[in-house]
Design a protein around this ligand. Structure first.
Ligand SMILES: [Zn+2]
Length: 129
């Protein structure tokens, strides 16, 4: 498996944004949400299952990340979603990427996530992670 660096620990995604929101205008808040969604959408490689051919070609959900995300997240394999939930939980607890990785490196859902990102099929059976 490819070595993952802390570069992939997306800074400021979802959990880290609450403190700044209070001072933002409605417009910039919407833009921030849009950016976060795009990060998440790219993180999960949602474009792989996007119904929009333009997104698949661009290898990212363009335009309305919100709409694409809502439609596409249900098509992501459950184990990939599980990895993402663990990722968010790790961020929320404030653990470092290194700690997270130590815990998750050999988990089946971690393997599935990277297989998914790299375009390989995931396990067909849905085993608990
Ligand atoms: Zn899309």
């Amino acid at each position: 498996m490819r070595k993952v660096t802390s570069h992939h620990w997306i800074a400021g995604t979802i959990a880290g944004t609450d403190e700044v929101k209070g001072e933002m205008t409605e417009r910039s808040r919407n833009e921030t949400e849009e950016q976060e969604l795009r990060q998440v959408s790219n993180f999960l490689a949602l474009w792989r299952v996007c119904g929009n051919a333009g997104c698949r070609r661009a290898k990212t959900c363009r335009g309305r990340a919100q709409l694409c995300g809502r439609k596409n997240s249900k098509n992501v394999p459950p184990s990939v979603r599980e990895f993402f939930v663990a990722f968010l939980a790790g961020k929320r607890c404030g653990i470092s990427f290194e700690e997270f990785w130590e815990d998750m490196e050999f988990e089946p859902c971690t393997r599935d996530y990277f297989a998914w990102r790299n375009g390989h099929p995931t396990r067909s059976r849905d085993e608990p992670c």
